[in-house]
Design a protein around this ligand. Structure first.
Ligand SMILES: [Fe+2]
Length: 213
């Protein structure tokens, strides 16, 4: 079954779908592209302080609407956890880890500002997740241009899987990110591809450049 392991289609939780209408549109697009199951991964950041409770409520709401519209897409509630001092320790202390497929946890780093990682040591957090029985998945490593290939490999060695974003190889995030994605892909480093679907603009890009419609 075709699974999208990274999406922002739940309504009103982050910078993804803002309304139920947006969510239904994006869910419909995923089914058009052949997906039957999607992991819903709203951000856990300073700006978007989601908890499993908020995610589960939004997930139920969207499930109901999908059923009413006869859109066959299975929603799996989870989150995308940013490894920054303002949120990650709270997540750990509160037990706010919401894994998909029993134990997968999607983590992300700041895209452009590594100083925001502060005193968090991402590799140590990956090892901690593994020690707790989780399977950490690092979201879109190709977008962190401050990480070298060797550091990406160190994430793998520490037990993380790597997830490429749909559209990166087509240049959706620019030439530098495309080049990095190609290098990681050529080295066989990716375990997952996720849409990271946020909006209609993402869907238009995928329609035009990835699925060729
Ligand atoms: Fe994301």
């Amino acid at each position: 079954m075709k699974v999208d392991c990274h999406s922002h289609i739940l309504p009103g939780l982050d910078d993804g779908a803002q309304t139920l209408e947006d969510s239904l549109f994006l869910a419909g697009k995923l089914t058009e592209w052949g997906y039957r199951r999607v992991v819903c991964t709203p951000h856990s950041t300073v700006k978007y302080r989601n908890s499993p409770a908020t995610v589960l409520v939004a997930c139920e709401l969207l499930r109901g609407e999908l059923a009413r519209k006869c859109i066959e897409l299975e929603l799996i509630p989870s989150m995308e956890y940013r490894l920054v001092p303002e949120t990650w320790p709270v997540v750990k202390e509160s037990g706010w880890l919401l894994p998909w497929e029993e134990n997968h946890i999607l983590v992300e780093l700041p895209i452009r500002n590594p100083e925001k990682i502060g005193d968090i040591v991402p590799l140590a957090e990956v090892r901690w997740l593994v020690s707790e029985g989780y399977q950490p998945v690092l979201a879109h490593p190709e977008r962190y241009l401050y990480l070298s290939m060797d550091v990406c490999r160190a994430f793998k060695d520490a037990g993380a899987q790597l997830q490429r974003n749909l559209g990166t190889l087509e240049g959706m995030y620019g030439e530098d990110v495309r080049a990095r994605a190609k290098s990681l892909d050529a080295a066989g480093m990716y375990d997952w591809v996720g849409s990271d679907l946020h909006s209609r603009e993402y869907a238009e890009y995928f329609d035009e450049f990835v699925f060729g419609r």
